[in-house]
Design a protein around this ligand. Structure first.
Ligand code: SAT
Ligand code: MN
Length: 591
C-alpha cells in the first residue's frame, strides 16, 4: 500500500512507488501531487499557477485557454555547457559531450537536492512517449517542483494514468528528477545517466532543460537505447505528402533547433499546388524502427509542439497560427494592453506599447525585442488543423525520404540527393549550421551539427555514425537521403530562395525522386535536380538564372567545407567509421 507521504498516489507499481518515495525523502517537499492527466486536474493546476504568478492569464476571448509564462532572464534556452552525459568511461560519452563519472555526479546532485523542495509541492508526472500500444512507445516519470513543468508536460506528452496503464508492473521506465533550486546558472546541471535510464536536471526551469521527455529522454537517453535496441531516435520532423491522385509519401527531416522544422512540418502548399496536402506527424522528434516489411517506420513520441514564436505569422505558418490561437502556454513573449500576446514578426502593425518578455514596458523605440528570440509556444498537437491522423497509429508510418539541412548563408545548394545510404550518412554527419538563439552562446557562427544531433546524442558521436551505417543491413527498403538549405544568401545578404510554402517545390522533387519519376544529374555533391524537372512555374523573380545560382557549387567554398569536415573527423578520430574517410576522399576527387 502506498505510504501517506506519497499523497494522492495513483499506481500500484512497486518500482514507481519506491522511487518516488526515495526522491521525496531526499527533496522533502511539503506536498506530493501525482498527476492523473485529467482535464479537471489541468484546470485546477492552471488556476494554482495563475494564483502563484507562474502563469499570466491572457485575454480569454481572444486566446481561450492561453497563458503567458516569463522565465528567469538568466534561463531562456538550453545550456549545452551545463549538459552532461554520465557514463563510466569518457570514451562512451565521446568528445562532443560534456562528461562526468556517474558516482561523483550523483553525489553532487543529491547534495544539491537534499531538502531542495522544502515548502514546495513535488509533482509526479507520469508520461507516455509515443502512441498508446506502440511497440516503440516508452514510459517516463518526471518528478518536478515546477507547476509550469507539470502543466507543460501535460501538453507535450500523453500524461497521467495512461502511462501507468502502459507500464503495468514493469520497472522499465525513465526516471527523471527536476528541481528549479534557486534558478542559479552556477548550480545548473542537466545530467543523463544512460545506463540507469535516469535524468537529473537542476537549476533551470526552461524548456529543453526541464521538459525531460523531450531532448533528455526522447533524444539523449533515446539515442543510447536506440543504438542498443536497433532503432533510431532522431531530431527530425515527420510529414505526410499527399498528391492530388492520393499518393502518400512520408518524409523525415533533421534540421538544428530553430531552423524551421515546425514550419516545414506544417507547410501550406502554394496555390499552384492545388490538390496537394501536407500533414504533420511530428515537428521535432522521430523514433524509427525497421518494420516487418523491410521499410523504416517512424512515430512521433510527443503529443505537443514546443515551437519558436518569433517570425510565426499567417505567411510563414498559417497552421501554426491556428494551432496557437487556443490552449497554449507562451513563454517569454510580449504582453499587449488588451491581454493578447505580441512577438516580433507577428501579423499586423507593431503595437504602440506592450510589456516585454522580462515584464518591463516596451515601445517600438525600445532597443530590445518585445519577445525573446527563443520565446516558445507549448500547444497540444490536437490543435493543428493539418495534423495527420496516423500520428496515433501505434505502428508509425513508413519513411521514404530522410532530409538533412542546416542554416547556411553560403556554400550549400538548395537541394541535392546523396548517392547512396553510406554517402547519405556522411552528408548528414557533416551538416553545418549557423547557431541560433535556441542554445545559449555563439549565435550566427557555423558549426558542424551532425544529423542536427550534436547537442542531443547521448553517447559517442563516432559510434552513433557507426550505428547509422550498421542499420543499412537491417532496412531492406532504405529511405533516400537528401540535403536542403533554405537559407542561402546572395552578395547583398538577401535570401536566394523564397522558402516557407515554396519549399513545396523542393519537396515535390524529393517525392518524385522517391517514386522514380524524375532523373537527376550526377554532381560533385550528389544527384542534382535537372532544371526541367524542378518546378519554377509561377515563382516571382525566380527563374533558371536564380535556380543555377541557388544550386551553384563553388569550388573554393567547397575546399574550405571539406577541410572543415576534416576538423570534425579529427575530433572524432578514435571512433570515426573509416567509410567516412573514403567518402571524403571521393568528394574531394569529384570537386
Ligand atoms: O528548448 S528545446 O530544447 O526544447 C527546443 C530546441 O532547442 O530544439
Ligand atoms: Mn528541437
Amino acid at each position: 500500500m502506498p505510504k501517506p507521504s506519497l499523497g494522492n498516489c495513483n499506481t500500484r507499481n512497486k518500482s514507481v512507488i519506491r522511487w518516488v518515495d526515495d526522491m521525496a525523502k531526499l527533496c522533502k517537499p511539503e506536498k506530493v501531487h501525482w498527476c492523473d492527466g485529467s482535464p479537471a486536474e489541468k484546470e485546477a493546476l492552471t488556476r494554482e499557477a495563475v494564483a502563484a504568478g507562474v502563469l499570466i492569464e491572457l485575454n480569454q476571448k481572444k486566446r481561450p485557454g492561453c497563458y503567458l509564462h516569463r522565465s528567469n532572464p538568466n534561463d531562456v534556452a538550453r545550456v549545452e555547457q551545463c549538459t552532461y552525459i554520465c557514463t563510466d568511461s569518457q570514451e562512451e560519452a565521446g568528445p562532443t559531450n560534456n562528461w562526468a563519472p556517474p558516482k561523483a555526479m550523483y553525489q553532487k546532485l543529491y547534495g544539491l537536492l537534499e531538502g531542495a523542495m522544502r515548502g514546495r509541492t513535488l509533482y509526479v508526472v507520469p508520461y507516455l512517449m509515443g502512441p498508446p500500444g506502440s511497440p516503440l512507445a516508452k514510459v517516463g516519470l518526471e518528478i518536478t517542483d515546477s507547476i509550469y513543468v507539470a502543466l507543460s508536460m501535460g501538453i507535450m506528452t500523453r500524461m497521467g494514468n495512461i502511462a501507468f496503464e502502459h507500464l503495468g508492473e514493469s520497472d522499465d521506465f525513465n526516471r527523471g528528477l527536476h528541481s528549479m533550486l534557486d534558478v542559479n546558472p552556477d548550480r545548473r546541471f542537466i545530467c543523463h545517466f544512460p545506463h540507469d535510464n535516469t535524468i537529473i536536471s537542476v537549476g533551470s526551469a526552461y524548456g529543453g532543460n526541464v521538459l525531460l521527455g523531450k531532448k533528455c529522454l526522447a533524444l539523449r537517453i533515446g539515442s543510447f537505447l536506440a543504438r542498443n535496441e536497433g532503432w533510431f531516435a532522431e531530431h527530425m520532423l515527420i510529414l505526410k505528402v499527399e498528391s492530388p491522385t492520393g499518393e502518400v509519401t512520408y518524409v523525415a527531416a533533421a534540421f538544428p533547433s530553430a531552423c524551421g522544422k515546425t514550419n516545414f512540418a506544417m507547410l501550406l502548399p502554394p496555390p499552384r499546388y492545388k490538390g496537394w496536402k501536407i500533414q504533420t506527424i511530428g515537428d521535432d522528434i522521430a523514433w524509427m524502427k525497421p518494420g516487418a516489411d523491410g521499410r523504416l517506420y517512424a512515430i512521433n513520441p510527443e503529443a505537443g509542439y514546443f515551437g519558436v514564436v518569433p517570425g510565426t505569422n499567417q505567411a510563414t505558418n498559417p497552421s501554426a497560427m491556428t494551432t496557437i490561437s487556443r490552449d497554449t502556454i507562451f513563454t517569454n513573449v510580449g504582453l499587449l494592453p488588451d491581454g493578447d500576446v505580441w512577438w516580433e514578426g507577428k501579423d499586423g502593425p507593431e503595437p504602440k506599447e506592450c510589456i516585454d518578455w522580462r515584464g518591463k514596458p516596451w515601445t517600438p523605440a525600445s532597443p530590445d525585442k518585445a519577445a525573446h528570440p527563443n520565446s516558445r509556444f507549448a500547444v497540444p498537437m490536437a490543435n493543428n488543423p493539418v495534423l495527420a491522423p496516423e500520428v496515433n497509429d501505434p505502428n508509425g508510418v513508413p519513411i521514404s525520404a530522410i532530409i538533412f539541412g542546416g542554416r547556411r548563408a553560403t556554400t550549400m545548394p538548395l537541394v541535392f540527393q546523396a548517392f547512396n545510404w553510406v554517402h547519405g550518412v556522411y552528408v548528414g554527419a557533416t551538416v553545418g549550421s549557423e547557431m541560433t538563439a535556441a542554445a545559449v552562446g555563439g549565435a550566427g557562427q557555423v558549426r558542424r551539427d551532425p544529423m542536427a544531433m550534436l547537442p542531443f546524442c547521448g553517447y559517442n558521436m563516432g559510434d552513433y555514425f557507426r550505428h547509422w551505417l550498421n542499420m543499412r543491413k537491417k532496412i531492406k527498403h532504405l529511405p533516400r537521403i537528401f540535403h536542403v538549405n533554405w537559407f542561402r544568401k546572395d552578395e547583398n545578404g538577401n535570401f536566394l530562395w523564397p522558402g516557407f510554402g515554396e519549399n513545396m517545390r523542393v519537396l515535390k522533387w524529393i517525392v518524385d525522386r522517391c517514386h522514380h519519376r524524375v532523373g537527376a544529374e550526377e554532381g560533385a555533391l550528389g544527384w542534382m535536380p535537372v532544371l526541367e524537372d524542378f518546378d519554377l512555374k509561377g515563382l516571382k523573380n525566380f527563374g533558371p538564372v536564380e535556380f543555377n545560382k541557388v544550386q551553384a557549387v563553388n569550388e573554393e567554398d567547397w575546399r574550405k567545407e571539406a577541410l572543415s569536415h576534416e576538423e570534425l573527423f579529427m575530433r572524432l578520430h578514435a571512433t570515426l567509421p573509416k567509410e567516412f574517410i573514403f567518402t571524403r576522399e571521393l568528394l574531394i576527387t569529384r570537386l
